[in-house]
Structures are given as C-alpha cells and as structure tokens.
Ligand binder design. Structure first.
Ligand SMILES: C[S@@+](CC[C@H](N)C(=O)[O-])C[C@H]1O[C@@H](n2cnc3c(N)ncnc32)[C@H](O)[C@@H]1O
Length: 472
C-alpha cells in the first residue's frame, strides 16, 4: 500500500469540508509534540485538556478518551508500528511521521479499545483529512482497513517470532517494549514466562492515582471522602483513587497536607523510618530530595519522633518544589540546594539517610508512556558514576550505627545491586540490613536482604531499596 500525494479533484462531486473531532485532534497534537519536540505526554496533555474543557469543547468523558488514546497509543507504539509495517509496501521510516501518528491512533482505536471498527476507521480518516489532506486520508483509510481484518491477538501471532525461537523478541513485540528492556526486567525479576508477561502487561496499564495522607497533617479518613477512594494496599497512609479524578482539586492535596505519591515510594520512606537504630535518632537526611514526595513523608514521620530532616537537592527549581512540599510540616526541617557528591555537611552527621538516586526510571514505565522508546542502554553508563558517588556520600554522611536507604525507581541490576555491591566493597565497615521485615504485611519482596517492588505483584512502581548500616 503506498501513500499517494493529493490529486486535483476531477469529479463534479461537491466538496465536503472535513469535520474536526476535538478528541482525536487533541490526541494527534500531543503525539506530534512527543514525536517532534521530544515532549513528555504527561506534561503536554494536561494543559491542552484544561484548555479544551475551559473552551466548552470537552466534557469529562472526552478528556478520558483523549487521555486513553494518547497513553495507549504511545505505550503500544512498538507493536502498532510492526502491524502498520505489515500493511504498507515500504519501510516505515519512509512514511511521514504525521501520517504514522494518525495511523497509530487509528490502530489503537481498532485493536486496543472497544470503539467499533467502522467508527475507528471513519474517525481516523476524518482526522487525516483535517491534518494531512484528502490524498493521504485515502492512504490512511486503505491501511486501516487492512489492519481491521484481524484483532490484536491474531496480528501478534502473525508478526511476532514464535516464543520458542526467540523469547525476548517475541515478548518485546507482543508487549511493546524494546528488547533490551525486556531482557533487563527479566534478569531482575527472574522466573519463567508467566511473571515477565504479567510485568510487561502491567507496564501497559493505566496506573491508579495514589494519595498519601502526610502524618500529622491529614488522615486517610479525610481522603476516603473523595469519590471512588479506597484504602491503599500496603501503606497505612495511602488512599487510591480508582477512577483517577483530579487530585489537584482536592483541598488536602492543594494545601500540601496530602500529596500524590505512588505506594512504592511511600514504602521506601517507611522502610527507612522503620529500620531499627541504637542510640540517637534525631538527624535525618534526604540527599536527592527533588521534587519532594519522599522528603515530605520523611519530614512528617521525623516530626512525630522529634527528629529533623535536611532535604538536599542539586537543581534549584526542584529544591523549590521540595520547599513547597515541606511547607507546613509539623516539625522542624531544612531545605538546601547542594550537589550530593560534594556535600556541604560534615561526615557522620546523620542517623538516617535516604539516597533516592537519579536513574533510568525503568520501574515507572506505566507512568511515562514514551519513556521506554527514548531510553537507551548507554543511559546506564551515564548514571553509573553519579549513583556510586551519591551512595558514597550517603555512607560517609551517616554516623556509625546509623542507616542508609539506597533507592531507585528502576529494577535494572546495574542500577541496584551492582551499585550497592561496589560500595560495600569500598566501605568494609558496613552491612546490609534485611529490609523485608521493615515492611510488615507486604508479601513477595524478593530473596532479600534488599527489597524489589513490582507493578504486577504490588500494584506499585518497581522501586528498589537496600538498607545499609555503618558498623565502624
Ligand atoms: C529520583 S529523583 C528523587 C525523587 C525524590 N526522592 C522524591 O521522592 O520526590 C532524583 C533527584 O536527584 C537530583 N540530583 C541529581 N544529581 C544530584 C546530585 N549530584 N546531588 C543531589 N541531587 C541530585 C535530581 O535533580 C532529582 O531531583
């Protein structure tokens, strides 16, 4: 199937102006921004939705559909590209990117939603007429009619290599992840086919919105009054909004008494706070605090015990977000802008230290739908020295007998166990603490002593945490 340029009309048929469907048009605009400007969908989409709603173009259902079209299309991009490639007669790189975006949106409607086939095709062709012109709209029509001949499962069966021949390529295509990410996730998860398939599928699902009721500032009871709110699974401070909703409109969130925070992140802060300690427990450090989610929970927990949190962040604009998150904390705290690899504080000054280091974010792919296509294996090399440098600072900053939490929102072994193992070698007077009992009631945390959370097991981001004690 080839893409024809628009030809002059030769028939006497009256020309019908294409009708702009605001939902598809908005979804297309976001895909273009992601493609052309390397924009992040979760940053571009909300202001466009607000504008559309304010202009009266959109109601809540339209906003939900636009969100589903954007996120679903971006997450499944790998599979959809392969399906489109099977329906056109030239390499995909020779198809104009805006045409591909209209096609992907169409494929998602056909194979990833309950929108009826005729509606999915006609809405996509209409969108193509508006944004691409009549000639390319015909091309879109022809490709989507081919796509519509099979459902999602039949397509993947047709185009994916058999699992037995190449398990990783098979999973990468069927579950729309780059092969290197499938490989890395599987290395960390271990086990057979069922687990990795569940994990990859969990990455393709819309995550729930989870709130944290910051202790001493708000309560879960207060948040449970919100629509479709249910208690968290693991954190005593968590409330899940099963319908998503608009957390920014909730009074407790607006005033900072509560926040939006994945339960995995809450658990990391809680585990560090729960680690047993002999001697004083008065000085806590969060060495990579921006934008302040864990710092706000730690500061509230510290306040309950009469301890003080120092929240430090390298980027000034992120340090300001930390200050905003901590504003109103019931106990004392301090926020500073500092490079954690060259800390301004004295060695051994803290009883508890959190280092939630910059990482590839492979544990939060469900939140950042385009991230999996942007990340490259080389990124790991970029983060490696910084992760080691920051953990070194953490181990130097804690007093003898104190504890360090090393956390990532990536389960990649190069960012988790490899970093911890290297630093333990350099600091022989340290020991790993079994972190699993620090989260009572949370199952399947791994073989220990560190903790690995998983979206398909815990419903959280795939957060990693090692707790290390300085023994000398
Ligand atoms: C994974 S994020 C931390 C998330 C945070 N703990 C939370 O829960 O909101 C890592 C943070 O480390 C910061 N960072 C990067 N390099 C740093 C450095 N050398 N020293 C201190 N912070 C750094 C980044 O700007 C980013 O805000």
């Amino acid at each position: 199937m080839s893409e024809q340029p628009s030809r002059p009309r030769t028939t006497g048929k009256p020309h019908r102006r294409p009708k702009k469907d605001p939902v598809r048009f908005l979804a297309f605009e976001v895909l273009r921004a992601v493609d052309e400007r390397d924009a992040y969908a979760n940053l571009v989409l909300p202001p466009l939705l607000r504008k559309a709603r304010a202009s009266g173009d959109f109601d809540g259902r339209d906003a939900a559909l636009a969100t589903e079209l954007v996120y679903g299309t971006l997450r499944r991009q790998g599979t959809y590209d392969a399906i489109v490639a099977a329906c056109v007669d030239r390499p995909l790189r020779e198809v104009d990117p805006p045409v591909l975006d209209v096609l992907s949106l169409g494929v998602h409607q056909l194979l990833g939603t309950r929108i009826p086939t005729h509606a999915a095709v006609s809405a996509s062709v209409e969108l193509a007429r508006v944004v691409l012109g009549d000639g390319r709209a015909k091309f879109v029509n022809a490709v989507l009619r081919k796509v519509a001949q099979h459902d999602f499962d039949a397509w993947t069966e047709k185009i994916a290599p058999p699992y037995e021949d190449d398990p990783e390529d098979h999973l990468a295509l069927v579950h729309s992840h780059p092969r290197w990410i499938v490989s890395a996730l599987w290395d960390s998860l271990g086990g057979g086919r069922a687990g990795i398939e569940q994990l990859l599928e969990a990455d393709n699902e819309r995550p729930e919105v989870t709130l944290v009721a910051r202790p001493g500032r708000s309560t879960t009871d207060e948040l449970m009054d919100e629509e479709a709110a249910v208690a968290g699974r693991w954190s005593p401070y968590a409330v899940r909004l099963t319908e998503g909703g608009e957390p920014g409109a909730i009074d407790a969130v607006r005033s900072g008494r509560a926040g939006v925070q994945d339960e995995g992140s809450q658990l990391v802060a809680l585990a560090l706070a729960n680690a047993p300690l002999e001697g004083p427990d008065a000085h806590w450090l969060d060495g990579c605090a921006g934008p302040g989610g864990k710092a706000a929970l730690l500061a509230a927990l510290a306040a309950e015990r009469g301890a003080v949190l120092l929240a430090s962040e390298k980027q000034p604009h992120r340090a300001r977000l930390v200050a905003k998150a901590l504003d109103g904390n019931p106990g004392p705290y301090q926020v500073i802008t500092a490079d954690g690899t060259r800390p301004p504080w004295r060695p051994g000054s803290f009883d508890r230290v959190l280092m939630d280091v910059p990482c590839t974010g492979l544990g939060a792919l469900r939140r950042r739908p385009e991230a999996r296509w942007r990340r490259k294996t080389e990124d790991l090399d970029g983060f490696a020295p910084l992760q080691r440098g920051l953990l070194r600072t953490a181990l130097e900053s804690v007093r003898v007998g104190g504890v360090v939490g090393y956390a990532t929102c990536s389960p990649h072994l190069a960012e988790t166990r490899a970093v911890v193992a290297d630093l333990l070698k350099q600091f022989p007077q340290t020991e790993l603490v079994d972190a699993r009992p620090l989260l009572p009631g949370v199952p399947s945390l791994g073989d220990g002593p560190d903790i690995q959370l998983w979206p398909h097991v815990h419903g959280t981001d795939a957060m990693y945490l090692a707790i290390i004690r300085r023994t000398g």
